[in-house]
Every structure is written in C-alpha cells, then in structure tokens.
Design a protein around this ligand. Structure first.
Ligand code: 2HG
Ligand code: ZN
Length: 471
C-alpha cells in the first residue's frame, strides 16, 4: 500500500515549495543508514521550518494512518532513522529547524531547536563562555534532536552524564499534532510525572522533539590530556579510581584502547602515529579538566601517573604539551571506527557492565569470542569510565568476510547472554532502532516492556511514529 497522492499533496502544501524533497536523487540519502545496514524507500522527505508545521504534518499523517520517520543527522548505528522498504512511510527531517532560541548564561541554559547540529549548540554555549559538554565523533553532523531521541553518550559522560542528564525541558509534537510546551529551563519543578524523560531515548516512537532547554556548565580553563599504556584493564580501572580521587572528580574522559586500535588507526588514518616507541597491550586516553587556570591539575596528573608507573599499573605515559598534540591524542581515539571500517568487515557491540566488573568481563568475553571465532580480531575499546565498551570484532586477516559475517547472530547471542549474566546492557549508548529490537524482547525485563507498550499505546494509538523501531 503506497501513500495516497492526495495525502502527499496535503503534506507538500504544509511545508511549501522549499520544504520537501520528492525527487529520487534527493530522497536517496534518507533511504540508507550510516552503517549501510538498511535500505528503505520513501515517496517524500518533509523539511518543516517550524513547530507549527511539524504539528500539521503529524495531524495529517495521523488522520491518514501514514507512518512517520523522524531523522536528524542520520548517524544512527541502529537504523533508527531509516524508513521501511515498502515505501509507505514519509520522512521528517528537522534540518531546517536550527535556531538557537535563547541563551541565558546566568541560568546556565540555552534553548535550541532539534535540527541544530551538535557543534552549533557547543558553539552557542562557547560564545557566552559556557560549555555544552555532549561530545561525540559525529558532532559536526549529528543533530540535537537525534541526540535527544537516542539519549546520546560520547566521551564526556563520565563527568557530565548522557544527553538525558543535560536536558531541563522539551517541546514535543505528539502523534495527533498536539504540541507539548515543556521548555521551561528550570532546575526544580516537582509537578508530577517526568514527561521529558519519556521522549528522551524514545527514538521518535512517541512524537517529534522540536526543541530543548539544555544545561550549560562553566568552561574548563585548564585541560590536561594524556595517553598512558597500562598493564591490563584492571590496572586501567584502578588508575581511573586514583585519578578521580586525586583530582576531586575532575576526570572528564577515560577511554580504553587496545593495541589493535592503535595498529588500525596508524595503518588507515593519515597523520597518526604510535605515541610510544614500544608497543603495549592496553592504553587509556585520559582528560582532566579544571574550572580555573593554574589549578595544579597538571602536577597532580603527573604525580599520579608517576605513582602508577612505580607500582607497575602504568607502563608508560605521555602528556599533551600543546593543543596540536592534544588533537593528535584525540584523533587516535576518535578515528577507531573509521579505521576499523577501512580494515574490512566488522561485528559490533555496544555493551555496558559496572566499571568494577569490566576487567573480568573483558577476559571472559574475549575467551568466549575466541571459542566461536578464533581467528577474528577482537577490538574492545571505548568508554571505560562509563563501564561501556564497543566490544567489536574485525574479520580475520586473509579471511572470508561473508563467512565471518555469517557468524554475527551467534556472536551477538553469546555476547549479549554474557552481558545479561553480568546484569549489564546490550545497548549502552547506541539505542535500539531496528537493529536491536529482538534483543530488547529477549533481555528487557518483561514488566518494563509492558510499561513501554502501554505508553506507546497511550500516546500513539495508531502506531504512526517511527513504525518498526524499538518496539
Ligand atoms: C564511539 O564510541 C562510537 O566511537 C562508535 O560510539 C562505536 O563504531 C563503534 O562501534
Ligand atoms: Zn561510543
């Protein structure tokens, strides 16, 4: 069943001549996801420029029973923003809603529209000497609405939390077109259910977020960035605890990188090099930030790293001497996904357990993967400070990519069953989308699933919002 021409016309009319795409070449980018796992089809991509237009679009689609797929920067790892293959769903891109509506430095808040690119929100905060701390590899193209809808994480969660922790209020268009104005930038408002948190992480299945009131912070005045080679993941966890205590919780980033990460990045990404003369098995990228300059954190970090080396937990360490070197260190971490892609086929996981259990988990998961696929190369890296690793695999050297990828269902099952044994999460920061729907049914507590379904039914009884995603 395709979308009736009369409905398509009505939708075009709402947004006006420059508010939609309906030609194949313009539609194409919206029909494939970032990882190229899904190929969909759509007759129409709507590009509303106001909340009112979004409201009219949803009202029209709800009345006609047409599925709506909201999309931001299309950087989802789980196909959350890709329409179905049967061409029955329209896409709503928020890209033209990119105003910063208000900035209030004394309240440490700003209000931004969903189509703002994350980097634009960071810049708007920096312009008034404030920090919007959400920080991730795709920040130059991902959009605030997508960050909200997936509850994005990234590399500063350890200190500032995930997207959910950075929001005070939302403006949301409900599936029937009603607009909930919950944009109050208040830190205290104890007036009933927390509706905001329903829409954050809902991946567009309950409505479309059109704007958000975001929390800002003081801008760090002094930042110390280091790469340390560590004995093993247990030494990494211990080092993090020590650094947190020694700096009064000023550690903003603590990322684990195995040797394979350094190998792949230096092989595939220009302008990268091994930070040390000798190879080590495990590394951490550490960043510590202080609110004032000459805060003494540099000395503190140096002392701690020295002490860690004396006790054998750290094997070598280097502090960035300037901004260029700091960027080099960060490139080493941020380009791992790109380097892994260039190395060939990969199988990805996005798991979390408690940080304290992570070392034991890494051992056990590595052994488990080795029994299933002894020749694959295991690349567990990422947000150790959050207990969240991308426990990825790369195809064997000289192996057969198709054979390797055919193992994916078995590998995911084994990995996620193990995660469940640890009381962990099979999707720590990338969400569910269409990729992990079956996992949600298998691993989410049944009562939680029932509550989720009741909420979906209450808000979207006709099931028009991002059909086939999450639930
Ligand atoms: C990261 O932390 C991203 O770099 C991507 O979440 C993870 O590619 C991945 O598996
Ligand atoms: Zn990540």
């Amino acid at each position: 069943m395709s979308v009736a021409p009369s409905v398509l016309d009505a939708l075009r009319e709402i947004v006006g001549a420059d508010g939609y795409f309906d030609q194949p070449a313009d539609l194409q980018p919206f029909t494939v996801d970032h990882r190229k796992l899904y190929r969909g089809q759509t007759p129409l991509v709507l590009r509303p420029s106001s909340t009112e237009q979004v409201s009219r679009i949803l009202r029209t689609c709800n009345e006609a029973g047409i599925g709506v797929v909201p999309v931001g920067g299309n950087t989802s790892y789980c196909g959350g923003g890709t329409p179905s293959a049967d061409g029955t769903q329209v896409v709503v891109s928020l890209a033209r809603m990119r105003r910063i509506r208000a900035v209030d430095p004394d309240n440490f808040t700003l209000i931004a529209e969903a189509g703002c690119v994350l980097a634009e929100v960071q810049d708007a905060a920096a312009n008034v000497d404030r920090l919007f701390p959400l920080s991730l590899g795709s920040e130059g193209s991902c959009q605030l609405g997508g960050n909200l809808s997936t509850n994005a994480g990234g590399t500063a969660v350890l200190r500032y939390g995930m997207m959910r922790d950075l929001v005070l209020g939302l403006e949301v268009v409900l599936p029937d077109g009603r607009v909930w104005d919950g944009l109050k930038p208040l830190r205290k408002d104890n007036t009933g259910y927390d509706l905001r948190d329903l829409f954050i992480g809902a991946e567009g299945t309950l409505g479309i977020i059109t704007a958000a009131a975001c929390k800002l912070f003081s801008r760090p005045r002094e930042v110390v960035t280091a790469i340390a080679a560590v004995k093993d993941p247990a030494a990494a966890v211990m080092s993090l605890s020590r650094l947190r205590a020694a700096t009064g919780d000023a550690v903003t980033t603590f990322e684990l990188i195995p040797r394979l990460g350094i190998d792949l990045v230096t092989r595939h990404v220009p302008n990268t090099h091994d930070p040390f003369d000798a190879p080590y098995r495990w590394y951490v990228l550490v960043e510590v930030s202080a609110g004032r300059s000459e805060s003494g954190i540099r000395d503190l970090v140096e002392q701690e790293l020295f002490a860690l080396m004396e006790q054998g937990a750290a094997l070598d360490a280097v502090l960035a001497q300037n901004e260029a070197q700091r960027e080099d260190f960060w490139r080493m971490r941020e380009t791992i996904p790109e380097a892994q892609r260039k190395e060939g086929a990969s199988i990805k996981h996005d798991i979390s357990v408690t940080t304290s259990e992570l070392p034991r988990f890494i051992d056990e998961a590595t052994r488990l993967l080795e029994t299933i696929t002894p020749d694959s190369r295991i690349l567990p890296y990422g947000h150790l400070g959050d207990g969240n690793l991308h426990f990825n695999l790369s195809e064997p050297v000289g192996g057969n990519a198709a054979e390797f990828l055919a193992l994916a269902p078995r590998i995911h099952r084994a990995m996620h069953d193990l995660v469940a044994q640890y009381g962990g999460s099979f999707s720590a920061e990338h969400g569910i989308g269409q990729l992990k729907r079956e996992e949600l049914v298998r691993y989410k507590h049944p009562v939680a699933l029932e509550i989720m379904r009741s909420i979906k039914q209450a808000l979207d009884p006709k099931g028009i919002m991002n059909p086939g995603k999450v639930l």
